[in-house]
Ligand binder design. Structure first.
Ligand SMILES: NC(=O)C1=CN([C@@H]2O[C@H](COP(=O)(O)OP(=O)(O)OC[C@H]3O[C@@H](n4cnc5c(N)ncnc54)[C@H](O)[C@@H]3O)[C@@H](O)[C@H]2O)C=CC1
Ligand SMILES: O=C(CO)COP(=O)(O)O
Length: 375
């Protein structure tokens, strides 16, 4: 059929030439470095003058990516208007709680034709909106998108092979479709491999929920449980992601992709993950205050345990893994007790001969491991 086999423009012609990354933390800096390696004109807005200076002058970000040599030529600045000047695409890479405020700041400083993509993973408290839902409210009419997947900033910045998903508001429409493809073309290097998706909801639900499940895995790992349990939590967690994603209009296929199972596996199994590490330390008996020691660290799963379960409850969905994490991080339940409740709950649709709350060995093991109510 005529028209269906039209040749795509060459990638270089398609690619955005000028990209502004907003957020000079670990992930924003890593993406700025990727874009520079891909040959783009890259500006980076940083909150800290010291960080901006180190990136500009020495191609390093000692605060967030210590010891890693970045691409040279990143125009790092603390001046937002200067960073956004003539940007063809913006990557908004600050923590999820700041996305509303940051989109509000970016919108008037950019052309209405400039798409905004975010790498933040989360759901907003109160509104229950995904990151791109917030951005669509604050920058109405804009093409909005997300970049997600199994991506530790420290590896990406060090040029380790990394695959991501780039999704856009209605990729099926011309502007959305073009924006995702243009960003993918702009960021592709020998080590950075973007895939395109039109399932923004599925992509973002995966990103928000995997952090909560990683905390669960970390907590039980820290408490001394084995890999069997971790694999079970990842699998049951994936099922919770699938339920919420499909209920919200996302697709099952996305859940089995990079932004779903890919990111879930990575985050649930590595000490490089802040969510998994936080969980591990809590599982070892440390309190929140002891884990953070006054240093603010982005652990998105702590707040998202509440926002995800709030949303699921509203939709009439039961999410035992996420509820377990919520009961610990938000309601102060002892980890052993929360796990025992989770593990001993009847399995829907299956008859149980025993009262698992009393008889299951894992229940008493959990209680003794955690020494009653201390943790
Ligand atoms: N670090 C990683 O490996 C990855 C992180 N992400 C996501 O990217 C987002 C950012 O994470 P990271 O860069 O790792 O965090 P980070 O802690 O390394 O850096 C956060 C950056 O945001 C800035 N910031 C913090 N609060 C702010 C606010 N209220 N307003 C404006 N700027 C603010 C900080 O100054 C800093 O530059 C998170 O949602 C995270 O889940 C996604 C993929 C990988
Ligand atoms: O999102 C990430 C990897 O894809 C980073 O995970 P953490 O925020 O747990 O470090």
């Amino acid at each position: 059929m005529q028209g269906t086999n039209q040749a795509q423009p060459p990638a270089e012609e398609l690619a955005y030439r000028r990209i502004c990354v907003v957020g000079g933390g670990a992930w924003g800096t890593a993406l700025a470095s990727v874009a520079r390696h891909a040959g783009r004109d890259v500006s980076l807005w940083c909150r800290s003058a010291e960080v901006a200076e180190a990136i500009r002058d020495r191609a390093e970000n000692p605060r967030y990516l210590k010891g890693i040599k970045l691409a040279s030529g990143i125009k790092a600045t603390t001046d937002m208007a200067q960073a956004l000047h003539e940007a063809e695409a913006v990557l908004l890479i600050t923590p999820s709680h700041s996305i509303r405020e940051m989109t509000r700041a970016i919108a008037p400083l950019t052309s209405p034709h400039c798409p905004i993509f975010t790498g933040a993973k989360g759901i907003e408290a109160d509104s229950g909106l995904l990151m791109t839902g917030i951005m669509a409210e604050e920058a109405p009419g804009r093409v909005i998108g997300a970049i997600s997947g199994p991506t530790f900033a420290v590896e990406t910045a060090a040029d380790q092979p990394t695959a991501v998903t780039i999704a856009c508001t209605s990729r099926a429409t011309q502007p959305g479709s073009m924006a995702a493809a243009r960003l993918a073309a702009a960021l592709t290097t020998y080590s950075f491999r973007p895939y395109i998706s039109d399932d923004l909801t599925g992509v973002e639900i995966g990103g928000a929920m995997k952090n909560v499940i990683a905390i669960a895995c970390g907590m039980l790992h820290g408490a001394g449980y084995g890999e069997n349990l971790r694999a079970a939590l990842i699998t049951r967690g994936l099922s919770e992601i699938k339920e919420l994603a499909v209920t919200m209009g996302g697709s099952r296929e996305t859940v089995t992709g990079l932004s779903g199972i890919g990111d879930l596996m990575l985050t649930c199994s590595s000490p490089k993950s802040r969510n998994f590490s936080y969980g591990t330390q809590r599982g070892q008996g440390l309190s929140d205050a002891e884990v953070f020691e006054g240093r603010p660290v982005v652990v998105e799963g702590r707040t998202n345990a509440v926002t995800v379960t709030d949303l699921a409850r509203k939709k009439g969905l039961h999410m035992p893994v996420c509820e377990m994490v919520r009961s610990i991080v938000a309601d102060g339940a002892p980890i052993g007790e929360a796990f025992a409740n989770y593990w001993s709950a009847p399995i829907e649709g299956e008859p149980r001969a025993l009262d698992f709350k009393i008889a299951h060995p894992a229940t008493s093991a959990a209680h003794s491991r955690f020494g009653g109510s201390k943790t």
